[in-house]
Write a protein that binds this ligand. Structure first.
Ligand SMILES: [Fe+2]
Length: 287
């Protein structure tokens, strides 16, 4: 069994794992240890994971999500998040907090990013815990949302405050998909209650008029994304970061196409090509 050193990144969530040998398959004890750690910590960071190829990244992402996977039978999906590569997704702009594909229930369970080409100073990726967001809700806010549901869509940026800030990346999809789920949503795998709303994708709270809905969401967002609740991952080349896309949300500050090169190789579990949601196109108000 590989000797692993685990270092907590925040008290409530996030751990760095040191000493993992990236040859696959992992032995059963190591796999079990990493799966248990992933379910309690939500995000694992492997620094200087320089030799990882797409197969290793996919395998580790699969097993952390609870899959017992044969490394020779992986459903591999790869995309680049990049301000340099021609086929890169989200090539510029700021991203508001969200979980990927939140408009499909359990659509994307695990996400990982690998630092493929990183020039400094690199724009970080930001994370918050949805379980901690719910568990730490002040009693008055908890009482206001108990029993309520929210409607999620692919991009609700235009709902926020009436005008979209110039630096926020806006995604446009070929077809609109809506999903209604309880604001206190139960994680399908761990059973934890999660605060399941976000500024990028929550369209409105069901049963409230627009102003009431926005006011309540604003109060929830102030609590959820308070600066002292955020884990920042500062990228170095060779970093592998794997997180539970349902239990955690992510965001990033503005990325410029003229800024330092930032190419992250992204893996989504399950392979998102099984969901026919259409492709996103990107724009900014300032463009
Ligand atoms: Fe995302």
């Amino acid at each position: 069994m590989t000797e692993l050193i685990v270092r907590d990144l925040r008290p409530e969530f996030g751990s760095e794992v040191i000493g993992l040998d990236p040859s696959i398959p992992l032995d059963p004890q190591t796999r079990q240890k990493l799966q248990a750690l992933f379910d309690t910590r939500g995000i694992l960071v492997f620094r200087d994971f320089g030799a990882a190829d797409i197969k290793v990244q996919t395998y580790i992402s699969e097993i952390l999500g609870g899959g017992a996977v044969d490394p020779d039978d992986l459903s591999i999906f790869e995309m680049l998040v990049s301000n340099r590569e021609e086929r890169g997704g989200a090539p510029f702009g700021r991203l508001l907090f969200h979980s990927d594909m939140m408009w499909i229930e359990s659509g994307c369970t695990v996400l990982s990013l690998f630092g493929q080409t990183i020039a400094q100073p690199a724009i970080p990726t930001l994370f918050v815990s949805a379980a901690h967001g719910w568990a730490s809700l002040p009693a008055d806010l908890r009482a206001r949302v108990e029993g309520l549901s929210a409607v999620t869509c692919q991009d609700a940026t235009a709902q926020r405050g009436g005008s979209i800030p110039d630096d926020v990346l806006v995604s446009t999809f070929e077809e609109e998909v809506l999903l209604t789920l309880p604001i206190g949503y139960s994680h399908p795998r761990t059973g934890e209650t999660l605060l399941y709303i976000c500024p990028q994708m929550t369209h409105h709270i069901e049963g409230l008029d627009h102003e009431e809905s926005e006011a309540l969401l604003e109060a929830l967002f102030d609590h959820y994304y308070a600066p002292d609740q955020i884990l920042e991952h500062h990228w170095r080349e060779g970093d592998l970061v794997v997180w539970d896309n349902i239990a955690l949300q992510h965001a990033r500050p503005n990325v410029s196409m003229q800024g330092p090169a930032r190419t992250l190789r992204k893996v989504m579990i399950p392979n998102p090509t099984k969901f026919a949601t259409g492709l996103a196109t990107y724009s900014k108000v300032g463009d």
